[in-house]
Design a protein around this ligand. Sequence first.
Ligand code: FAD
Ligand code: 2HG
Ligand code: ZN
Length: 433
Amino acid sequence: MNKFRGQTAAVLRPRSTEEVSAIMRYCHERKLAVTPQGGNTGLVGGSVPLHDELILSTSLMNQVYGIDAVARTLTCQAGCVLETLNAALAEHDLMMPLDLGAKGSCQIGGNISSNAGGLRFLRYGSLHGSVLGLKAVLPNGDVIDTMKGLRKDNTGYDLKQLFIGSEGTLGIITEVLMGVVQKPSAVNVAFLACPGYDQVQQTLVAAQKGLGEILSAFEFLDHEGMRCVNETVDVPNPFDSTAPFYVLVETHGSNSEHDYAKLEAFLENAMETGCVVDGVVAQDATQAAALWQVRERITEGLQHDGVVYKYDISLPVQHLYSLVEAMRPRVADLATRCVGFGHLGDGNLHLNITSPTASEELFAQIEPFVYEFTREHRGSISAEHGLGLMKARHIHYSQPAANVTLMRQLKGLLDPHGLLNPYKTVEENPLNV
Ligand code: FAD
Ligand code: 2HG
Ligand code: ZN
């Protein structure tokens, strides 16, 4: 992101839980700090060593141990790339419950550590539900093993949850047991143009009602987001004319006739009521992939502008776009673009403001306003990307003091010398990035 610059003396690339455990024991005895690194696609600087932390990369831990098509589980090492896991599962007509634009590089260990949400969270839910077990190496080298693979197990605290979303600050995830899902035999993708944000919301309600159990994604982007992918990464607008908002609706089901009929009825209704002014439905997988490109390549497109001020906010859907509207006049001519897009069905806005170079003046228009607005509307300053280095010091905007105290006590208990991924997540960090 041209934003976080790390330094380290060494990168360690273990191949097994035992090797990770030996490394951590060694580092613990000598008080050496360690930063875990997966695919390095995280957007908040979590995998960047700030001073002299050693990097522990999981890139060689890429073994798939097994797929159980009856129990619908997959067991693998933490360094497996998400797309590779999907390819292995496809042979059994199964797939991972999460999908994101970084799928070609991000690793399942990194996904779990950052509790990534992604494009189909609306349908398949959080990793807090779909991770059935994991192995994690604690800062002192001890191994926590929750790999029994039971869907129900109420024997004491659910320890695996501690490592989901803790961004490598409590332990290093080395092995994973995932609950996986049926690969849909019928997939539809529709790309719609909406005349205003009210109509986008009404379209969401109509999709939830009309598509019900087959709705698998409801993503939105604004006109600025569309312009960004058109101009920077050469992804065309599927329509001849522009609109203030665009929505991507996807269905996953098992009966194409039934699903198509539902989608048609939903679209007819949305157009009759004026919520949707233009629409296109993919006729095959190639067209569907092309429509997804418009949404998935915004992050890449934004980078072309130079510096990106990136915010990942949870807000009640009715207030979600007001943040973009409030931000635009503040950043005005100082910014190249001010883009709003994201996972509308999950109440998750991605607000991105770009400029050719870093600008103190622009930054001062964005922060702390963006965090204050989010707090006022009872939102979260990190919906799915985590706090990492970027937002560690802002945790109080979304968490009461007592919660932060308990988080820091947990960190102190598991990592008394503060050796695992220091300056991230629940710790104060010395950077103003
Ligand atoms: P890294 O970036 O290497 O690490 C992320 C964090 O996890 C760091 O704090 C690191 O220290 C820690 N970590 C990594 N591996 C381990 C491990 N084995 N044990 C303990 N800690 C570990 N996120 C979403 O939520 N939804 C999206 O839709 C989404 N789309 C994206 C699209 C693009 C194009 C890009 C570039 C990023 C996107 N992201 C998205 C960000 C997302 O968080 C990451 O892509 C992904 O989950 C991180 O995986 P990684 O393997 O790259 O982890
Ligand atoms: C997405 O949903 C990712 O595409 C990245 O979470 C969002 O770049 C962003 O702001
Ligand atoms: Zn996202």
